[in-house]
Design a protein around this ligand. Structure first.
Ligand code: PBG
Ligand code: ZN
Length: 381
């Protein structure tokens, strides 16, 4: 009964509004429209061509353009500022000496041997970039990816040499099996299945070996359930209580990883990664994934890819207030490079806009292959 009275009242109010509103907006708009009409009659040809309307508005409206009129004003109202300190630069380490293999699908990106990696790190650090993340391509791949935790594997060697040469550079390591396994999957494979629990031990060994080599942070990217908990336990049990974990918490099964799989030589020999990486359709689930990783001990949470998932970055930042990283992946990078090489877009402008947008969405740090170029540009500015 009460409900229906309330409904009637609401209905009445809405009907009244429906009749009142058009009149009201007509009343507000009329002087403006009349002004334009008059100016067009008085100046039939020139209005559009010269932009010099004779009409002086006597209707009040809001001028948002005022604070856009000069660079000085624009810089005062600017909400998001991108800096070199936001960047983490990914590097691909290969066996050998003096090796610099260009990655075809990623212009300006190279597979580097340890010595070349160290050189690169010196330059990166000089540019003011605070961190690198290392991916390793092993000498030999096998079923279980055993080079991943080899104390003399490429990543472990690179960590030691980088920390010696550039001690202040933060060295993060990617922790996953797919670069090390012969089948290219992120874990142990039985039949067609990527087995979760058996993989956890391998990931823990890999993370521990990176820690022992001197890494400043480990970043599990495998998307097995429970891996942050197991890695946290293993690190703690071995005296690495203070070593932070950056988890690839919301990592989507994305077509944008294509070029990376050339760079890391990690394309799966059969099947795909949809049984562990997330469905691109799911945002609520991404929030749950992040909550679980925080619960398990993640210190920094990552969303990946970045550009196509800005909504996820924003939700994760708002929901948890955690240090939040976003990975602008190989495909995002390659698309900008390709379009720019064709002359279809302005390379530097789109590079900076893509990075700024990721930061505006809520990322505190951005893993990006543009780190060097963007840092150079920011230095010149
Ligand atoms: C490994 C890993 C991948 C990326 C980062 N770590 C590839 C994948 O999951 O297939 C992608 C990075 C990029 O595309 O730039 N698990
Ligand atoms: Zn993987």
């Amino acid at each position: 009964m009460q409900g229906s009275i309330a409904y009637c009242a609401l209905h009445f109010a809405l009907c009244a509004l429906r009749f009142a509103l058009p009149g009201l907006s007509h009343f507000l708009r009329e002087p403006y429209v009349a002004g334009i009409r008059e100016s067009i009659t008085r100046n039939p040809d020139n209005v559009m061509l010269t932009g010099e309307s004779l009409y002086t508005p006597y209707t009040q409206f809001i001028r948002t353009r005022r604070t856009r009129m000069t660079e000085g004003l624009r810089s005062m109202v600017r909400e998001t500022v991108l800096t070199t300190k936001d960047f983490i630069y990914p590097l691909f380490v290969v066996p050998g000496k003096g090796v610099r293999n260009a990655v075809k699908s990623m212009p300006g990106v190279f597979q580097l041997s340890v010595d070349e990696t160290v050189k690169e790190c010196r330059q990166v650090s000089k540019l003011g970039i605070p961190a690198v993340i290392l991916f390793g391509i092993p000498e030999h791949k096998d079923e279980v990816g055993s080079e991943a935790w080899d104390p003399h594997g490429v990543v472990q060697e690179a960590i030691r040499k980088i920390k010696k040469a550039v001690p202040d550079l933060v060295v993060i390591t990617d922790v996953c099996m797919c670069e090390y396994t012969s089948h290219g999957h992120c874990g142990i494979v039985r039949g067609e299945e990527i087995v979760n629990d058996a993989t956890l031990e391998l990931l823990a060994r890999e993370a521990l070996s990176h820690a022992e080599a001197g890494a400043d942070m480990v970043a599990p990217s495998d998307m097995m359930d429970g891996r942050v908990a197991v890695i946290r336990d293993t690190l703690d049990d071995n005296g690495f209580q203070n070593l932070p974990i950056m988890s690839y918490a919301a990592k989507f099964a994305s077509g944008y990883y294509g070029p990376f799989r050339d760079a890391a030589e990690s394309a799966p020999a059969f099947g795909d990664r949809r049984s562990h990486q997330m469905d691109p359709a799911n945002a609520d689930e991404a929030v749950r994934e992040v909550a679980i990783d925080i619960e398990e001990g993640a210190d920094i949470v990552m969303v990946k890819p970045a550009g196509p998932y800005l909504d996820i970055i924003r939700r994760v930042k708002d929901e948890f207030g955690m240090p939040t990283a976003a990975y602008q992946v190989s495909g995002e990078f390659a698309m900008i490079k390709a379009a720019a090489e064709n002359g279809w877009i302005d390379h530097d402008r789109v590079m900076m806009e893509s990075l700024l947008s990721i930061k505006r969405a809520g990322a505190d740090m951005i893993l990006t292959y543009f780190a060097r170029e963007a840092a150079l540009l920011l230095k010149e500015a």
